[in-house]
Write a protein that binds this ligand. Structure first.
Ligand SMILES: *[C@@H]1O[C@H](CO)[C@@H](O)[C@H](O)[C@H]1NC(C)=O
Ligand SMILES: *[C@@H]1O[C@H](CO)[C@@H](O)[C@H](O)[C@H]1NC(C)=O
Ligand SMILES: *[C@@H]1O[C@H](CO)[C@@H](O)[C@H](O)[C@H]1NC(C)=O
Ligand SMILES: *[C@@H]1O[C@H](CO)[C@@H](O)[C@H](O)[C@H]1NC(C)=O
Length: 311
C-alpha cells in the first residue's frame, strides 16, 4: 500500500516580538458563533485565528491570517461540506470535543475526531491549531491534517514512495501518464520527506537526513511569513509576505512553469493554450462548454446525431 502524504497547504511560522508573544489557551466550555463578538480564537500575537469566516452565503470554520490586510485562509475544516448557516455554534464541549451545532444544519458536525477528550486548545503563532490532553500532550494538530480534498482545486501534491514529490489531477492513477510535475532524485527510496522551515526554505530530505533537493532557499529576514499552496490552476506556489511592509503576497517560487501542464485543467473535449502567459481553455470544434462557470466539466457536442443524418 502506498504511503502518501497529501498536502494542500502549509503555513510556516514567523518570529513574534518578545513582548507580543503569548499563548492563547482555550478551555472546554468555550463557544464561537459566526455573528457575535467571539467568532474566532486568536493566536498570541494576533496574526492567526481559528474560527468562523464568511464563505458563499454562509460560513466555514478554519484557520486564517487576520494580522494583515489581505485576510488569507490557510486551512479549512470539513472542506467538502456546504457553507454553514448563521445559527451555527462551534462548541468546545466540557468533555473536550470540538463540534458544530446548528438547529438548521441538523446533527452535530465533528471538527476533530479523537477518542481522547481535549483539556485545552491553542491557536499557535506558527499557524498550527492544537488540541492538548490533560498531560499537555498533543492529541491533534492541524499541521498533521492538511486538507486533502479541496474545492475548486482539482489537483493534488503527493510525496511518493519512490521519493519523488509529484502532482496529479484528483481521481487519476498515480502513473507517469497522469502526473504533470515531479521533483526528486531516483533511488532515494521510501523515506523522503518534504520539509518547510520557518524561514521559507522548502526542500526534500532523504531517510538519513541529507537534503537531496533544495526547492527554495531560505531567507533569514524576520517578520516574513510563508505559505505553499496548490492553486486552482494546478500550479504549486510558494508565497511570502513581509509583515513590516503593507504589501501583498509575493510569489517566491512556482512550478510547473508551463501553465498548461496541469492535466485536466480544461476538462474533456477541450484544450489549453497560453493567452498573455496565462492558461486559457477552448473547446474542440463542434463542442461547447458544459458549464459556463468552470472548465473542469469540459465540453460537449453542440449538435445532436439526428441533425447529422440530413447533412
Ligand atoms: C468572549 O470570550 C472571552 C474570553 O474567552 C469571554 O471572556 C467573553 O465572555 C466572551 N464573550 C462573549 C460575548 O461570549
Ligand atoms: C455544547 O454542547 C454540549 C454537549 O452537546 C451541550 O450540553 C451544551 O449546551 C452546548 N453549549 C451551548 C452553549 O450550546
Ligand atoms: C504545557 O506546555 C506549555 C508549553 O509547551 C507550557 O507553557 C505550559 O506551562 C504547560 N502546561 C502544563 C499544565 O504542563
Ligand atoms: C541544500 O542547501 C543546504 C543548506 O544551504 C546545503 O547544505 C545542501 O548541501 C544543499 N543540498 C543540495 C542537494 O544542493
Amino acid at each position: 500500500m502506498a504511503t502518501i502524504l497529501l498536502l494542500l497547504l502549509f503555513s510556516a511560522s514567523f518570529t513574534v516580538d518578545a513582548q507580543q508573544a503569548g499563548q492563547s489557551v482555550i478551555k472546554p466550555g468555550s463557544l464561537l458563533t459566526p455573528t457575535c463578538t467571539n467568532s474566532s480564537w486568536l493566536s498570541g500575537s494576533g496574526l492567526y485565528a481559528f474560527g468562523f469566516y464568511k464563505q458563499g452565503n454562509g460560513y466555514a470554520v478554519g484557520i486564517f491570517i487576520v494580522g494583515i490586510p489581505q485576510k488569507t485562509v490557510v486551512w479549512t475544516a470539513n472542506r467538502d461540506n456546504p457553507p454553514l448557516p448563521g445559527d451555527v455554534k462551534l462548541n468546545f464541549t466540557s468533555d473536550g470535543r470540538l463540534v458544530l451545532q446548528s438547529a438548521q444544519a441538523g446533527p452535530e458536525i465533528v471538527i476533530v475526531s479523537s477518542t481522547e477528550g481535549a483539556a485545552a486548545a491553542s491557536m499557535l503563532d506558527t499557524g498550527n491549531f492544537v488540541l492538548y490532553n490533560s498531560d499537555n500532550g498533543t492529541i491533534w494538530q492541524s499541521f498533521d491534517d492538511p486538507t486533502d480534498t479541496f474545492l475548486p482545486g482539482i489537483f493534488r501534491l503527493i510525496m511518493q514512495e519512490d521519493g519523488w514529490l509529484a502532482m496529479y489531477p484528483v481521481g487519476s492513477k498515480f502513473t507517469l501518464e497522469y502526473g504533470y510535475w515531479g521533483l526528486g532524485v531516483s533511488g532515494e527510496g521510501t523515506d523522503v520527506t518534504l520539509n518547510f522551515d520557518d524561514d521559507g526554505r522548502l526542500y526534500l530530505l532523504n531517510g538519513i537526513g541529507i537534503s537531496i533537493v533544495n526547492i527554495t532557499t531560505g531567507d533569514p529576514t524576520k517578520g516574513v511569513i510563508y505559505r505553499l499552496r496548490i492553486d486552482p490552476d494546478g500550479i504549486l506556489r510558494h508565497y511570502s509576505y513581509n509583515l513590516d511592509q503593507n504589501g501583498d503576497w509575493k510569489v517566491t517560487w512556482s512550478s510547473p512553469g508551463d501553465m498548461c501542464a496541469p492535466n485536466g485543467l480544461c476538462g474533456i473535449n477541450a484544450f489549453c493554450f497560453l493567452n498573455d502567459r496565462k492558461a486559457a481553455c477552448k473547446c474542440l470544434p463542434g463542442f461547447q462548454r458544459v458549464n459556463e462557470d468552470s472548465w473542469t466539466s469540459g465540453c460537449e457536442r453542440n449538435f445532436d446525431s439526428k441533425s447529422c443524418k440530413s447533412n
